[in-house]
Design a protein around this ligand. Structure first.
Ligand SMILES: *Cc1c(COP(=O)(O)O)cnc(C)c1O
Length: 384
């Protein structure tokens, strides 16, 4: 095996417990397992999270929902609820029915396709994310028009914050007001809902006040409050803008360890260059190791190290077992990467940590100018 991913179900469960504790007793946590659980494997993660206490799971589309449902059924979690968060197409309807999925809907077309099915839906309110949802001003008309509440098919309403990581930010405050309007209309009609949900990992992490607000909003329509957490379950959380740190990040552990093995070890003389365009030139004699992974596997090309700019690193154990940083030298290629193992006593076949303890998705994201989400989703390798 060239490269493989170890997914720690213990860490996943521990992270879930951290998030659930931070969310508080009034608020349930929907475990987001979309995008193949941020690259960690949706089926196994959903089962591990169900064992840790999760009852709601968020997937991207109906196909992913079907896979997660089969895994949860096989593990005897038949009561689990699966929310299809990122849209519905006509061909998804039989999949939704067969696998008891709960789609998020916001257009009359979507509701029309579902009309025969008699299944539960959640309605998304557009409050400022500008992506999907009904505007609160039209929300009531939407619910009335499709007579959803009459047939008790609307099980929940939700919205999504565009800047949940900003402490007490103006964006979130505006979105909260808009969502309140939508829920107030439902309350005035005397309708009852099962769930009112909003927010992501950062909401759990952020101001406690948002959680109180959500819990009260849910209660006003006889519903349970819920937050939808993804990234924190996998061990990462953005620092809260305005506070500079994440409250829960210190308690979270990265779930994924991405490993490979040394393909070759070579001596490099002073003056020799490494990789495409010879961007790295050895100043002294060095020893380098060749790794059988590159940007086609998700090891970002921005991690390349040149004479003028250090790049990323991997963690390697010498014979003494202690892991040390080995800097990436030259350009990361499509399938190969060279690292500095000078003085490390490394041999062909030795294990290398590409991502995990000592080199996190936050490190990769910082160097590559992106977010840990994109790094985790981009990792390819066998899952263990
Ligand atoms: C992905 C997603 C989340 C989870 O966000 P994290 O920042 O990973 O916690 C929550 N809600 C919706 C609608 C999402 O698409």
């Amino acid at each position: 095996m060239k490269a493989w991913m170890e997914v720690s179900e213990e860490r996943l469960a521990a992270n879930y417990r951290v998030v659930a504790a931070a969310a508080g007793a009034e608020t349930d946590v929907l475990a987001v397992v979309k995008a193949n659980a941020y690259g960690h494997g949706a089926e196994r993660c959903a089962v591990a999270l169900a064992r840790a206490g999760a009852r709601w799971f968020g997937v991207a589309d109906a196909q992913e929902g079907a896979r997660v449902r089969r895994a949860l059924d096989a593990a005897a979690f038949a009561e689990a609820q699966i929310l299809v968060m990122c849209g519905l197409m006509p061909e998804d309807v039989p999949v939704v029915v067969e696998h008891r999925l709960t789609p998020v809907v916001w257009t009359r077309e979507q509701v029309g396709w579902l009309s025969e099915a008699g299944i539960r839906v959640h309605v998304e309110m557009e409050t400022g994310m500008g992506r999907q949802g009904v505007k609160p001003g039209e929300g009531l008309a939407f619910l009335l028009d499709v007579a959803l509440l009459g047939s008790r098919k609307v099980d929940g309403v939700l919205t999504h914050f565009a800047a949940a990581e900003v402490a007490d930010g103006a964006q979130t405050r505006t979105q909260r007001r808009e969502f309140e309007l939508a829920v107030a209309q439902i309350r005035k009609r005397g309708w009852k809902l099962g769930w009112v949900h909003a927010g992501s990992s950062s909401t759990v992490d952020n101001v406690v006040e948002v959680q109180e607000w959500l819990a009260n909003l849910a209660k006003s329509v006889g519903a349970r409050a819920m937050v939808r957490a993804g990234i924190a379950l996998y061990g990462y959380c953005q620092p809260i803008a305005g506070e500079g740190h994440s409250r829960i990040a210190a308690q979270l552990q990265p779930v994924m360890t991405w490993r490979t093995r040394v393909l070759d070890v070579r001596d490099v003389a002073a003056g020799e260059t490494i990789g495409y365009n010879a961007t790295f030139r050895a100043k002294t004699a060095m020893q380098v190791a060749l790794l059988p992974v590159g940007y086609s596997d998700g090891l970002r090309r921005e991690l390349s190290g040149s004479d003028s700019r250090p790049g990323g690193w991997v963690m390697m154990g010498g014979r003494d077992g202690a892991k040390k940083k080995a800097a990436i030298l030259g350009r990361v290629s499509m399938n190969l990467t060279t690292v500095d193992v000078t003085g490390m006593d490394v041999r062909v076949g030795d294990e290398v940590v590409l991502l995990g303890d000592g080199v996190t998705a936050d490190d990769h994201a910082r160097i590559a100018g992106t977010i840990p989400y994109e790094i985790l989703c981009g990792v390819r390798g066998e899952q263990m």
